[in-house]
Design a protein around this ligand. Structure first.
Ligand code: ADP
Ligand code: PAZ
Ligand code: K
Length: 244
């Protein structure tokens, strides 16, 4: 059994795998890390390895207390990945994006792949059919857009997500919901159209905290898998064992 942990900038996601099957998945806050992992390990005592990808401000030290129970693998750029990294600044590429690219490469061989992760940020990652990781884009995620409008203006309230009634927002609240939510959806559809115009034989993977919401609203039909990062962590770990 493998325990995978994804430390994002908003939340921590974790899942226990037996082979390729998810036995249980968890979502929690950063200040709950120690307690939640302890509980998971109490419940799943056969976990042999803990595999972590962290882009949040949680470092390897936070997991060392669990070393008496299982092996800790804190993924870094030095690990082995199944793609050729063509990013001009490979050392600053987010480890979450590397794991997503790795999962897409292993799960969908010999085709162009676009991974869209709608989390704190939206990240776009493109791996071509020859397994070259080319890069993509980073933009503010849904919640971050609401917060940015509030934090960097004098008059805009902090709203929580609501589906806009129209694209012509007829009040401050409706204008914000239209700008944030419709803007978010238009952006992603726009990027997908751009990739489609340039690449054929091409798969899109949508994941992250806003994936399910998005899948219903995008004009492009996409299959959403909110566990894709955790599944990719599990697969990246298997790949590391097989190739080290
Ligand atoms: N309970 C929740 N807490 C925070 N964000 C949530 C929650 N449920 C859904 N979301 C959405 O998930 C997005 C953050 O995604 P998530 O995958 O948790 O981010 P990260 O991987 O960067 O930590 C936010 O834009 C927000 O709209
Ligand atoms: C872009 C990110 C902040 C996304 O983080 P997330 O939304 O998953 O919490 C993260 O992948 C990161 O810190 N990247 C480093 C810069 C780069 O990938 O080029
Ligand atoms: K992301």
């Amino acid at each position: 059994m493998i325990l995978t942990v994804d430390v994002g900038n908003t939340r921590i996601k974790a899942a226990v795998f037996e082979g390729n099957t998810v036995l249980e998945s968890f979502v929690f806050k950063k200040n709950e890390l120690q307690e939640k992992i302890e509980n998971i390990l109490k419940k799943f005592q056969n976990c042999s390895d803990l595999v972590v990808a962290s882009v949040g401000n949680i470092e390897k030290q936070s997991f060392l207390a669990f070393e008496k129970h299982l092996n800790i693998h804190f993924l870094t750029h030095e690990d082995i990945f199944p793609f050729v990294n063509k990013y001009a600044t490979p050392k600053t590429l987010g480890i979450d994006r590397m794991v997503l690219a790795s999962g897409a490469t292993l799960k969908f061989p010999k085709q162009n792949r676009l991974v869209i992760d709608a989390g704190t940020c939206i990240t776009y990652d493109f791996i071509d059919e020859n397994d070259n990781y080319l890069g993509g884009a980073i933009s503010p995620g849904l919640r971050l857009r609401y917060e940015a409008l509030h934090n960097y203006t004098a008059k805009l309230p902090l709203l929580t997500f609501e589906t806009p009634e129209l694209y012509i927002g007829n009040s401050t609240a409706q204008a914000i919901h239209s700008g944030v939510v419709n803007g978010f959806v238009y952006e992603i559809d726009g990027f997908i159209d751009e990739y489609r115009a340039n690449f054929s034989n091409f798969i899109i993977i949508l994941t992250g905290g806003d994936a399910d919401f998005l899948a219903k609203r995008l004009k492009n039909t996409i299959f959403a898998n909110s566990n894709f990062l955790l599944e990719s962590l599990n697969q990246t770990f298997q790949y590391k064992i097989d190739n080290d």
